[in-house]
Design a protein around this ligand. Sequence first.
Ligand code: KG4
Ligand code: ZN
Length: 332
Amino acid sequence: MLVLGIESSCDETAAAIINNGKICSNVIASQITVHSKYGGVVPEIASRKHIEAIYVVLKQALNDANVTLEEIEGIAVTRGPGLVGSLLIGLSTAKALAYALDIPFVGVNHIEGHIAAAFLTENVPSFPFVALVVSGGHTNIYLVNNYHNFQLLGQTRDDAAGEAFDKGANLLNLGYPGGVVIDKIAKSGNPQKIAFPRAMKDSTDFSFSGLKTSLLTMLKKLNRNLNAEELPDIAASYQEAIVDVLMEKTIKAAEDNNVSRIVVCGGVAANSRLREKFERETSLRNIGLFIPPVILCTDNAAMIAAIGEIMLKDGRSDTLDLNAVSRWPLGA
Ligand code: KG4
Ligand code: ZN
């Protein structure tokens, strides 16, 4: 089935076309440069930028896939969670196209989309598996029993892991979004140099706000500019504290539930240290690890089309009165 996916939940306008689980095109227009000067995503600006980009992105996705709009058989669009003003641009576009082309469309949960990125790779995980969804807005562990059955095993009580990266980078004056920058700088640092706290050791839930405070306290005590040798060690140690808890809790969740497959997805799954540590630890324990390529970890529309195609093939579709939702917990 030739499915068009549309994603506009935050600061990426994306369109993709997939055919029977295979990516034909995957176009992403990022607004990062616009928001970076404000130190975070400005919702009103995001909505306006989505309006500017959506047509161009759609056209590019059709061109890259070498298909015409008339050939599209169904549309999958992110319905939530996310910024409502941003979501509405993608959702309205999807509804208008579905109406004009007289084809079905389905509203997709963004978190479900992140997990579905794992279905777009060569090595597809079979059910059940444990999924760690780590992004700028979410840090959730799920037991995934089938395409539509998610059991929430743990979640963050405060900041998401991506937020912890971004807030840490902000304290270190590294710009926004900070995950990629910390990842890069940390490569030349010593991750054992500073013992940042690992919170909620005995819980399945996460907490990252104490980590950020601990970095702030350390910088305040230092009360001077960091020198060139100090920054990589701080970045590496801070990153290690985030990666350690993500890894330990996910592996424990898999073992406690007798599951031998782990999917890691969402923007933070692009982190090189996280990928390296998960690979090492899961192979030692004979657990199958499924982390999509970086381009499918950060926000994209191929992942939305992937789960959308499965839903549409199941005969599921939505009506034109479907609204966007800012909150849409999965399996809670
Ligand atoms: O999934 P995503 O693109 O958007 C949301 O749904 O939130 O995730 C964005 C988050 C940001 O917080 C960003 O700093 C983080 O993913 N991120 C990274 C890396 N690349 C993106 N965090 C750590 N290391 C990276 N390499
Ligand atoms: Zn996302």
